[in-house]
Design a protein around this ligand. Structure first.
Ligand code: MN
Length: 713
């Protein structure tokens, strides 16, 4: 790339003084990096120039482009920040400083000297920088994009790691900032290295079908354009490109073949204003039959990243599906450039509001997370709360509360205020009472019903019940319990464990042994951890029961012959695609443990526990594959007794929960006396985690007093 390529990409109206700044920055970078080479053999300044060019394409202001040219000088050359400040002023110096700080390795603590820790620490810095000055992150994204474009020159073992990091962090980050063009290119480039075979497969199929597809699309586009012209609508109609990675994701999500995904034709219609969008929708629906359930109004209810458009799908003339997006030029700009669209306009325009909203939202994400001491915890929280899809719900006053998908009224309450969360007892959504496990949807108006005093329930932390989704809410709930005095916490922790053990019908245990098993020197420490909500009673009880069952299994043969039994020395592993498998000796996984497969050289796959250090710190993570325990496990009959105040539909609710957990009921009897119903059920259980979960879920059903394991006779 030549300097002229960059200067040609600058807006023609750019004042000559700013143009001169950019040219000067190029000269400074070239001189500073003189003699340095990229892995490709190119002079290093090529990287700086390319980064600046990407920023210019996003229409970033001059200071950002200048900083893009200089972004590696302080890190990699003799130039200092003061030199930059003297030549280019404070603003540029601050931007370069921000980027440099992201790149510098963090202080390395004694025990934390693992690649993973360094990696998470630098990610944490990226997130924090994002709230300070989002322009720094845009430079970082441009830097990453050029590094991805030139990744073929890098050593293969580095390629996979960088690509995975890009796919997991930087592409979602670009998506979160709404910069669609960066996001899809980062995804496609990474996918090429993380799954080279799949990439090649899809790419070659695209090439094979391309000519055909382009012909059909040209046809459809001109048809739509003519149809709109007869209604005197001036519209920009175009086919929508498909990206390799998005095709791949769709194939996985909908479990369909390439043809089915690729066959879907999509057009984008851009019209001058919002009312025209709806008018065009009417015209399209009149011409072709709309497919029910495919219409989405993201104009009235914007998507999580502020995306706006009308989406619909219709049956086209040839009987195949045609997807249609309708939007205004402003919505289009915002969809393509996201947060970067802000700099394309003069201050004070409407786009400024959208920018302010995004910035405010980014800051709100950071404010409480800064307190998280542990870099790993911070990054996890960010990944969970930032990169997953979001729902936006409203308070009765119309304030927006931003939550992860799957969030419940409890999450909502904690996001409004800690004291609202602590006292949350119920909720109304759109005026109707809902249960606390209700999953909020975008647009829901939520009113939290609170008690005058009192605190959260420990059940809220039980992962089986799905009552809390956001990291923030669970953090706040744990804080509540931790604030009580130690004695009280210990007493409560003991009660929790006793209740769980009773529920699972475990009788023979000593707290000393249980505590030691989990690494607590004294039972009190175990109780404290339980009482403070750091661990959940179910986890403990399930492990205790597991041991009991293992001991039992040694003594006796199972009484029933469950379906799909395998010999006990064979374990069905799903996901290994016919590879020979064996269980790792280092961590000895047992059914129920979270596991991961490791492709060995010539000996098939070894199955490790997911928390096994040999896996966590492995240098070739690309050899890990996703596996799970198969269905064909040994099952045990477990007698369960449920007591409840009788009501209509109770039986159906219980069976639904049991069926949802894929548990077979071997027998069932019900007796009702004085309006108390007692169910005696024999369940075929393969895994104690499932037993613990199904009992907890049944206990949550309305009217149920207790659900527990019992010993018949
Ligand atoms: Mn760089």
């Amino acid at each position: 790339m030549k300097l002229e390529t960059l200067t040609h990409a600058l807006p023609p109206a750019l004042p000559p003084s700013e143009r001169a700044q950019i040219e000067k920055a190029y000269q400074v970078a070239e001189k500073a990096h003189a003699g340095q080479k990229r892995a490709s053999g190119d002079p290093y300044v090529q990287h700086c120039l390319n980064v600046a060019y990407i920023l210019a394409e996003l229409h970033m202001p001059t200071a950002v482009i200048v900083a893009g040219l200089l972004h590696d000088t302080v890190e990699d050359t003799v130039l200092t920040l003061d030199d930059i400040r003297q030549d280019f002023g404070d603003e540029v110096a601050q931007l370069v400083d921000g980027v440099t700080k992201l790149a510098q390795l963090p202080r390395v603590s004694k025990e934390g000297n693992t690649p993973i820790d360094r990696h998470t620490e630098s990610l944490r810095k990226t997130f924090l920088a994002m709230s300070d000055d989002v322009r720094v992150v845009l430079i970082k994204l441009a830097d990453r994009l050029h590094n991805m474009r030139t990744l073929m020159h890098v050593r293969p073992e580095k390629q996979a790691r960088i690509a995975r990091e890009t796919l997991e962090i930087f592409a979602p980050l670009a998506n979160r900032l709404g910069i669609w063009s960066l996001k899809s290119e980062l995804e496609d480039l990474s996918f090429r290295y993380t799954s080279p075979e799949r990439y090649r497969e899809i790419a070659s199929q695209i090439v094979e079908h391309q000519a055909d597809r382009e012909r059909t699309m040209a046809h459809i586009v001109s048809h739509v354009r003519r149809a709109l012209q007869t209604h005197n609508i001036d519209a920009d109609v175009s086919g929508r490109p498909k990206h390799i990675y998005s095709i791949y994701k769709k194939m996985g999500r909908k479990e369909v073949g390439f043809d089915e995904v690729y066959d879907v034709r999509a057009v984008r219609i851009i019209v001058r204003d919002q009312p025209t969008c709806y008018y065009v929708l009417g015209v399209i629906h009149n011409l072709w039959r709309p497919i029910p359930g495919q219409f989405d109004d993201y104009i009235a209810t914007p998507k999580d990243n502020f995306y706006q458009s009308l989406h619909t799908a219709v049956v086209y003339d040839d009987g195949k599906t045609l997807e249609v997006q309708i939007r205004t030029p402003e919505m289009h700009e915002s969809a393509e450039y996201g947060i970067a669209a802000h700099w394309r306009y003069k201050e004070g325009s409407k786009r400024d509001e959208a920018y302010e909203k995004r910035i405010k939202w980014l800051r709100s994400l950071m404010d409480w997370r800064q307190d998280l001491a542990d870099a790993g915890e911070f990054v996890d929280a960010m990944k969970r709360d930032v990169f997953e899809d979001r729902v936006y719900a409203f308070t009765p006053h119309g304030d927006i509360i931003d939550l992860p998908v799957g969030a419940t009224p409890i999450d909502f309450a904690y996001h409004v205020h800690t004291s609202v969360g602590d006292r949350c007892r119920g909720a109304k959504v759109n005026g109707k009472l809902v249960s606390l496990e209700y999953h909020l949807k975008t647009g829901d108006q939520v009113e939290i019903l609170t008690a005058k005093r009192g605190g959260p329930s420990r059940d809220w932390l039980n992962p089986d019940l799905g009552l809390v989704r956001s990291h923030r809410a669970s953090q706040k709930i744990r804080q509540f319990f931790r604030r009580q005095d130690r004695e009280q916490i210990i007493t409560q922790g003991r009660e929790v464990l006793e209740k769980e053990l009773k529920r699972l019908g475990v009788e023979d245990y000593s707290y000393e042994n249980v505590g030691r098993k989990f690494g607590y020197a004294k039972p009190e420490d175990l109780f404290f951890a339980l009482g403070a909500g750091d661990i959940h009673g179910r986890q403990i009880a399930a492990r205790v029961l597991e041991d009991e069952q293992a001991a039992q299994a040694k003594r006796q043969v199972p009484t029933t012959a469950p379906r799909g039994v395998v010999r006990s020395d064979e374990i069905a592993i799903l996901g290994t695609r016919g590879l020979l498998t064996n269980l790792a000796r280092c961590c000895k996984p047992v059914p129920g443990d979270p596991i991961v497969g490791y492709i060995t050289r010539g000996r098939g796959a070894t199955i490790h526990r997911r928390d096994c250090p040999n896996v966590l710190y492995h240098k070739e993570p690309e050899r890990l594959i996703k596996v799970s325990w198969g269905q064909a496990q040994q099952t045990y009959p477990v007698a369960v007794r449920i007591t409840a105040y009788d009501r209509d539909g109770l039986m159906k609710d219980v069976s639904t929960v049991v069926a949802e957990e894929h548990i077979n009921m071997a027998s069932l009897s019900v007796a009702t006396k004085n309006s108390i119903a007692t169910f005696e059920v024999t369940m075929e259980i393969a895994d104690v985690e499932v037993l613990a979960r199904v009992l907890a879920r049944i206990e949550q059903l309305p009217n149920v007093i207790e659900a527990r394991r019992w010993k018949p006779g």
